[in-house]
Write a protein that binds this ligand. Structure first.
Ligand code: FES
Length: 154
């Protein structure tokens, strides 16, 4: 058995307990032995979890959500620093030992396209069908260009 308890925590309390994951983790750690933590979610949350479990020597795995473009280890978009070594989350992870992850670099890299992401969300919200058509057309142009130079997805 891995665990016999589930604790749900949400920022606004709309489901489970209102609060932070780290509040519940602190409570669970204080109540008994924790052997293993798997953190999946926003980078600041994973970093906060790692900061709590690391000093207690609790094995902690994080699932990194770095920016991915091709998902094949070729583009370098998902590069993360783990144990001071460049790793690609798409092929080397996405799960890594939390104590080895440089979360500051990950946060910097994830913020690189914040403005473009916001612009895309704004366009999508303003005109969902139009934006999806625009993205499909853009993707089609890339596929045609790739075909022209002999690159296929197969
Ligand atoms: S997504 Fe391109 S190298 Fe990982």
């Amino acid at each position: 058995m891995v665990s016999d308890e589930t604790h749900v925590v949400t920022d606004d309390g709309s489901y489970g307990t209102k609060g932070l994951v780290t509040d519940k983790l602190k409570e669970v750690m204080a109540a008994g032995k924790v052997d293993y933590v798997l953190a999946v979610g926003p980078v600041p949350m994973m970093r906060a979890v790692a900061n709590m479990t690391g000093p207690e020597k609790i094995k902690t795995i994080v699932s990194l959500n770095s920016i991915m473009v091709d998902g094949t280890g070729m583009c370098g978009g998902c590069r993360v620093l783990v144990n001071n070594s460049s790793q690609f989350a798409c092929v080397d992870g996405p799960e890594f030992d939390a104590t080895q992850v440089n979360f500051e670099v990950l946060m910097q890299r994830n913020n690189m396209y914040r403005e473009q992401e916001k612009m895309s969300i704004d366009r999508l919200q303003a005109d969902p069908a139009g934006e999806l058509d625009r993205l499909r057309l853009k993707n089609h142009k890339y596929e045609c260009a790739a075909e022209a130079v002999g690159v296929t997805n197969e």
